[in-house]
Write a protein that binds this ligand. Structure first.
Ligand SMILES: *[C@@H]1O[C@H](CO)[C@@H](O)[C@H](O)[C@H]1NC(C)=O
Ligand SMILES: *[C@@H]1O[C@H](CO)[C@@H](O)[C@H](O)[C@H]1NC(C)=O
Ligand SMILES: *[C@@H]1O[C@H](CO)[C@@H](O)[C@H](O)[C@H]1NC(C)=O
Ligand SMILES: *[C@@H]1O[C@H](CO)[C@@H](O)[C@H](O)[C@H]1NC(C)=O
Length: 521
């Protein structure tokens, strides 16, 4: 009872806080004991593992001791160690299709924990960059020296004062690690190979052709720069403008949306309910707290899963403390970790069932999706036959360097709710394609429409890829598109009508204004 009252109080106070700082902290945590942070491992109370969101829909809760290998597998996927060969379906298309633009959103790479577990030693990780430490990358040294010339770039405030490389021998909280840098150098290189034959960017691209934006955290800035460097090694700094997004939702000047905050609060109440009803989880927290000699509340507030994941990703044993004067010690265990992760899986199943998060996600990501759609239209128009290209060229490559609290709602808004939770260095890519111009024969067959000069242009298509996998036909707007019957790709117009209209159906509205403020403009 007491806890519940305190919770309601916090929700009310939290509502006021939300209104004030929702521009910079889109994902406030209103749970009683957890501090507010900007980046968390999962949307809610405790941080989380990168797990298969959808595969477990029908799962029966296994008994604890069978979960450990499972938890390990989930953690390895989440850690994304940069030593595996991976699939990359980017840049694949039917012959003669032209790639017009690529827009991508990434999550930053491997980072040091944001939380620390009281009374335990912080994981000893070196955040300086060195070619002699593993994992490394052939581009690492030249990347380091290139970052030293960053003064020649254009930097939106306050980014010019953010460090361009991680450089602390004992990592600071949330700092990008060498693993994180290597993950994004690899991402960049994968894309460089995928897009090379499509001549997406000319070697001397103009400043208007590349759009790079990031939040103000060093880990997102550095991650984006590493990807860009892997993609365009030794790029010309003077052509690059590094743009700042104040909100983790990348909503620019359209962040004001009271209904979004209400959905989020409801979602957090749901999450709180399911958590406190989980007796195994509660017991586990009590047990972990006892091991460390902490009040349970304090342990919960320390969000131990965030730190434990870092231990797992870096092969460091879980923290121990010596207890009493007998010199015996107690350690946190894999079994405890597995319980927290099991609860997160249950939570994700429940979240999808309730649908509140999806509604939040739609309103959260609409401004970004709207901007993405607008850019595609601009590029497509600039590419119409007979039209003079804009001086300097259209934006053909857009990179948005973001957080899990950005990529997760983006996946949900697109209807990709069965995707894996955004791992370190996750990448979501939108490709815009144009089919070859119709030949005279095809035009005749199509009848009068073909007589107009405009019809000589090819048609426009969209591909969506998540971590190198083509997920286009899993999205809400192309799921029911019969691609076997006609074109092999998803028409751009499906995406456009989704963003302009259909997306709001899930929140019973017809526009962003109406959905956010309750009345049509
Ligand atoms: C990659 O690295 C991880 C951890 O550093 C290790 O466990 C795994 O065996 C490695 N995989 C390969 C294919 O080298
Ligand atoms: C990292 O920091 C050290 C000590 O402050 C400095 O000497 C070194 O030049 C820095 N390295 C880079 C690449 O910024
Ligand atoms: C969406 O894009 C249109 C341009 O097509 C623009 O006028 C409008 O302000 C944008 N809305 C939001 C909420 O970003
Ligand atoms: C949807 O909105 C309409 C018009 O605002 C309203 O009459 C209707 O009750 C709403 N439906 C639901 C399910 O909320």
């Amino acid at each position: 009872m007491l806890a519940r009252n305190r919770f309601l109080l916090l929700v009310m106070v939290g509502g006021a806080v939300l209104a004030i700082i929702s521009l910079s902290l889109q994902f406030l945590n209103l749970m009683p004991t957890t501090p507010v942070v900007e980046d968390r491992l999962f949307q809610g109370a405790d941080g989380g593992v990168g797990v298969a969101l959808g595969k477990s829909r029908k799962r029966v809760f296994p008994v604890p001791h069978t979960q450990e290998p499972d938890a390990m597998a989930g953690a390895s996927d989440y850690c994304n160690p940069p030593n595996r060969s991976e699939q990359a379906r980017e840049g694949h298309s039917p012959a003669d299709y032209k790639l017009l633009s690529v827009q991508m959103m990434i999550r930053h790479g491997d980072r040091y924990p944001i939380y620390s577990i009281p009374k335990t030693r912080r994981p000893p990780i070196d955040c300086t960059l060195s070619n002699s430490r593993k994992p490394s990358h052939p581009l690492l040294n030249s990347f380091i020296s290139h970052m030293g010339k960053g003064g020649h770039g254009h930097w939106e405030s306050p980014l010019s004062s953010v460090p361009r490389l991680p450089n602390h021998s004992a990592c600071e909280m949330g700092e990008l690690t060498q693993t994180g840098v290597v993950q994004h150098l690899r991402n960049g290189q994968v894309l460089q190979q995928a897009y090379r034959r499509h001549n997406l960017l000319p070697p001397n691209w103009s400043p208007s052709q590349v759009w790079f934006e990031t939040t103000g955290k060093s880990r997102t800035l550095q991650s984006g720069l590493a990807l860009l460097y892997g993609f365009q090694p030794d790029f010309d700094w003077t052509r690059l403008t590094v743009r700042h997004q104040l909100s983790t939702l990348f909503c620019g000047s359209a962040c004001d949306c009271p209904a979004r905050n209400r959905y989020l609060e409801e979602e957090q109440r749901r999450q709180y309910r399911i958590r406190v009803s989980d007796t195994e989880l509660e017991r586990t927290y009590v047990e972990m707290a006892r091991t460390l000699g902490l009040p349970t509340r304090q342990l919960r507030a320390a969000n131990p899963i965030d730190s434990l994941l870092c231990h797992l990703c870096h092969g460091i044993p879980f923290p121990c403390v010596s207890t009493g004067n007998s010199g015996t010690s107690g350690c946190l265990t894999m079994a405890q970790f597995a319980v927290i992760r099991r609860q997160q899986l249950d939570d994700e199943v429940d979240r999808r069932k309730e649908g509140l998060y999806h509604k939040y996600a739609i309103l959260a990501m609409y401004p970004y999706l709207n901007r993405t759609a607008n850019k595609m239209e601009r590029v497509a128009r600039g590419n119409e036959a007979g039209r003079l290209p804009r001086p300097g060229g259209e934006e053909v490559f857009t990179l948005s360097s973001a957080h899990d609290v950005t990529v997760a709602p983006l996946l949900s808004a697109l209807g990709l709710e069965d995707s894996r939770f955004p791992r370190f260095a996750a990448r979501l890519v939108f490709e815009l394609w144009k089919s070859p111009p119709a030949s005279q024969g095809q035009l005749k067959k199509r009848g009068s429409k073909g007589e107009k000069s405009k019809a000589k242009d090819g048609e426009l298509f969209l591909r969506v890829l998540y971590n190198g996998e083509d997920v286009t036909f899993h999205t809400t707007f192309c799921r029911f598109y019969d691609h076997h019957a006609g074109q092999p790709l998803c028409p751009l117009k499906n995406f456009l009508s989704f963003v302009r209209r259909d997306i709001f159906r899930a929140v019973n509205a017809t526009s962003y204004q109406e959905a956010c403020h309750g009345s049509p403009l």
